[in-house]
Design a protein around this ligand. Structure first.
Ligand SMILES: [Zn+2]
Ligand SMILES: [Zn+2]
Length: 244
């Protein structure tokens, strides 16, 4: 990666990691209005991330990984299901509103670490392709980082953890994202195939984590936020292409 690329990807990953902590603080400080706003981030972020994944990451990954790309898409998708759901007793995105045991909180944290690591791999791999794609993927990741912080912090609190421990858990997720950026730059297989694996991971996060959180809820605001997220992606892409 060019030196500017590393610095950029790392800076953006640190900002995304910070959003994990802000989401956790909204939970521990019981900021109800902020939590309601963050619910709309889930829908908007899902639309944005789905659009980036299908129209940008998938085509670029096909170029980078060639014949291996489709298997890596599937592998990334299945790996998230394995670590976040199959091996974990209770996990879903969004605020935890019922009681869970402490094991559920800790195992969900471990499961989420792989996904948040790939949040970082996605940002770094996208910067390797071109800066505009790096910024688009960063924005997609950033939008779901607030709800991600809410998810882990509320799950830890519901499992009996203290507020401080809940915020530390969110910080750990943020660190995994920063580690994802740093490792992408040093591990050859991630330099080449990180984008294809990230395509599977981001497809899972958008379509199988975020969309189910609002598809059953009534009203027009959440679907509107979802479509606005996809449209917002195209608007941002056009804007960035004018700059670069
Ligand atoms: Zn639950
Ligand atoms: Zn994430």
């Amino acid at each position: 990666m060019a030196e500017g690329g590393v610095t950029n990807a790392l800076l953006y990953a640190v900002i995304a990691a910070g959003a994990n902590i802000v989401g956790a603080l909204a939970v521990t400080r019981r900021a109800t209005a902020s939590l309601r706003l963050i619910e709309h981030f889930v829908a908007f972020g899902a639309g944005f991330m789905l659009a980036v994944c299908l129209t940008e990451i998938v085509p670029e990954a096909l170029t980078r990984s060639g014949a291996l790309a489709p298997a890596l898409f599937l592998g990334g998708y299945l790996a998230v299901h394995l670590t976040q759901h199959a091996l974990v007793p209770h996990f879903h995105f969004g605020e935890e509103t019922h009681h869970v045991n402490a094991v559920a909180g800790r195992s969900a944290l471990i499961g989420l670490l792989l996904h948040t690591f790939f949040d970082g791999v996605a940002i770094a791999s996208a910067f390797l392709v071109r800066p505009a794609l790096g910024v688009l993927v960063f924005l997609a990741i950033l939008l779901h980082k607030l709800p991600e912080g809410v998810t882990i912090a509320s799950l830890m609190v519901a499992g009996g953890a203290t507020g401080a421990a809940a915020v530390r858990s969110a910080a750990l997720l943020g660190l995994a994202t920063v580690a994802g950026v740093l490792l992408t730059d040093h591990v050859g297989v991630l330099v080449t195939h990180g984008l294809a694996l990230s395509a599977g991971v981001t497809l899972y996060v958008a379509a199988s984590n975020l969309v189910p959180e609002f598809q059953g809820k009534g009203g027009w605001r959440l679907p509107a936020a979802f479509f606005a997220g996809a449209a917002g992606f195209y608007g941002t892409k056009l804007l960035l292409e004018r700059i670069w």
